[in-house]
Design a protein around this ligand. Structure first.
Ligand SMILES: Nc1ncnc2c1ncn2[C@@H]1O[C@H](COP(=O)(O)OP(=O)(O)OP(=O)(O)O)[C@@H](O)[C@H]1O
Length: 268
């Protein structure tokens, strides 16, 4: 089976600044001393076959969105590499639309960036507008849209460009029931056509229904990767325990995991 995505030792570092002044200083005189390095992902490796449907699970802040955005090419990795065969498109709750532009301008910009020509854009535009159900508002700036409208438009653009790889980040949790059903039908179409899909959701039920494999992320590292049934069973077991932990115990657990990830063993 041909590989569709190879994630090779990917690390993502965000710089955390203590003040806007520090951020500015870092821009003017970039020095290591400005800002603190925060590891959102650390040495993440796994690969995915063509046609696989892969879920990302993990508690809040474990790096699911960062990883999806890196695979989609929206966010650059700091170290490591991601090989992607074909065109990837991401659908996210935060739909990646430019608020200052109108809906139509956003469609055109996104399609231009994906390499479509004027004729193809004209053909696709109406389909996208109709799918998103935003006909009346398409020439208004996106900042005037409701969050449901924004996510419908983001979803419509991503699925209608017919990408080889589709990443869906919590996108099914917004919008009304009718749109969610329409979106799900579109995703099943993708599944049937044998395309690779990534799926981020806090709903284990949705994961079970949809995914064949699951990557369990824990504070930026891969805790487990394998058949969905197996990994989700382990993750559910963990969640039961995690939910019962106090804030202090959660912090201790996080410290222990991140210490192991960075290769520093406890002194005792
Ligand atoms: N632009 C950024 N600058 C600084 N830190 C960031 C940035 N984006 C994400 N992070 C941090 O990186 C970590 C991973 O975030 P990410 O959104 O990928 O996690 P997640 O698993 O998708 O979380 P959630 O389930 O809450 O959506 C978090 O601690 C987050 O605060």
């Amino acid at each position: 089976m041909a590989k569709s995505v190879i994630v090779n030792d990917v690390t993502k570092i965000y710089k955390l600044f203590s003040s806007p002044k520090e951020r500015l200083l870092d821009l003017v005189i970039p020095r290591k001393s400005y800002g603190e390095n925060f590891y959102a992902l650390q040495n993440v490796s796994f690969d995915v076959d063509e046609g696989d449907i892969v879920g990302f699970v993990g508690v809040n802040g474990s790096g699911k969105s960062t990883l999806s955005n890196i695979i989609a090419g929206v966010v650059p990795e700091s170290y490591g590499s991601v090989e992607v065969r074909g065109q990837a498109a991401i659908i996210a709750v935060n739909s990646g639309l430019d608020n200052k532009l109108t809906g139509r301008e956003n469609i055109e910009l996104k399609l231009l960036m994906l390499g479509f020509n004027k004729k193809q854009i004209n053909e696709l535009e109406d389909e996208i507008i109709e799918f998103a159900e935003v006909e009346k508002f398409i020439d208004q700036p996106v900042k005037s849209y409701s969050s449901g409208m924004k996510s419908r438009l983001g979803f419509a653009i991503s699925v209608n460009v017919d990408p080889d790889i589709l990443l869906i980040d919590e996108a099914l949790s917004v919008g009304d029931k009718a749109f969610a059903e329409k979106s799900l039908a579109k995703m099943y179409e993708f599944k049937e056509s044998g395309k690779t899909m990534f799926f981020v959701s806090h709903s284990i039920g949705q994961m079970k229904k949809f995914c064949e494999k699951v990557v369990w992320l824990e504070y930026g590292g891969v805790k487990e990767y394998g058949p969905a049934k197996e990994v989700l069973a382990h993750y559910e077991e963990f969640l039961e325990k995690y939910k019962k932990m106090s804030k202090k115990e959660k912090q201790q657990y996080k410290d222990e995991v991140t210490r192991k990830q960075s290769g520093i063993e406890a002194a005792t």
